[in-house]
Design a protein around this ligand. Structure first.
Ligand code: NAI
Length: 255
């Protein structure tokens, strides 16, 4: 198969469902072999690897918890061993949090940052060890990093830091010919948004989430996971060779 990512080897964290699964499918359909990381959904991860393998691409599922730096190292090493190196890291694994200031505990803080921020930082450190010139890293931020939402400071700040990681690692990785960017999705239809949607409605507003999205975003709707995957597909392609350190906001104009 000839695709724009033909011959490339990609690691997708949190790839068993939602946006991560769409990214894994998209990179494979662009021609890449993929290692799909999952934390606990082994059935979904195995089903996705079987689906992708059926299209002629190589796919492996690797269990690892990205909140544990030792497991991230093993994940990157196993992915590179299985695929014969790494060209692409799509760091997607993340967890949501809403909480009133008084209720947030230090343990909450550490749990959210361990996955959303520290997990992404050390995914980069360990994945780029296996990359050569031309390597590509895409981190996952959120539109929430750019918009004030009630009770969302913990999650939003854990994602804003990711944009800073991409910006500030870009000169170091740039010297090695590797680009690093982030995507900041707006509301995207996944399990995460199913659980979190109602929290995005301002407590003084008597409306459901769909009404809020319809009236507060330019496109008036949420994204499909494949639309976010398309942005990742671009950022990891040769066409994005002169873009690094940036965050692409794919939020349907959520202003
Ligand atoms: P999801 O909850 O459907 O999927 C998240 C994936 O990350 C799951 O596969 C989960 O198992 C994995 N994961 C969570 N913690 C992990 C850990 N410690 N180790 C390994 N894997 C772990 O969420 P969704 O919506 O697909 O989100 C994907 C990414 O996009 C996340 O980083 C999220 O913060 C971000 N995002 C999502 C938005 C949305 O509206 N769905 C909007 C903006 C950003």
């Amino acid at each position: 198969m000839n695709g724009k990512l033909s011959g490339k080897k990609a690691l997708v964290t949190g790839g068993a469902r939602g946006i991560g699964a769409a990214v894994a499918r998209r990179l494979a359909s662009d021609g890449a072999d993929v290692a799909i990381n999952y934390r606990s959904s082994s059935d979904a991860a195995e089903a996705l690897t079987a689906e992708i393998s059926g299209t002629g691409r190589r796919a492996v599922a690797i269990k690892a918890d990205v909140s544990d730096p030792d497991q991230i190292k093993r994940l990157a090493d196993e992915a590179a061993d299985a695929l014969g190196g790494l060209d692409i890291l799509a760091s997607n694994a993340g967890i949501e949090h809403f909480g009133e200031l008084d209720t947030v505990t230090p343990a909450d803080f550490d749990r959210i940052f361990a996955v959303n921020t520290r997990g992404q930082f050390f995914a980069v450190q360990n994945a780029v060890r296996h990359m050569r010139e031309g390597g590509r890293v895409v981190l996952t931020s959120s539109a929430s990093a750019h918009k004030a939402v009630f009770h969302h400071a913990l999650y939003a700040s854990s994602k804003a830091a990711v944009e800073c990681i991409a910006l500030n690692l870009s000169p170091e990785l740039g010297r090695r010919g590797i680009t690093i960017n982030a995507v900041a999705p707006g509301g995207t239809v996944t399990d995460m948004s199913d659980h979190a949607a109602s929290h995005y409605v301002h407590p003084d507003v008597d409306a459901d989430f769909n009404t809020v999205i319809r009236t507060s975003s330019s496109l008036g709707r949420m994204a499909r996971p494949a639309e976010i995957a398309a942005v990742v597909s671009f950022l990891v392609s040769d066409d994005a060779s002169f873009i690094t350190g940036r965050t692409v906001q794919a939020d349907g104009g959520w202003l």
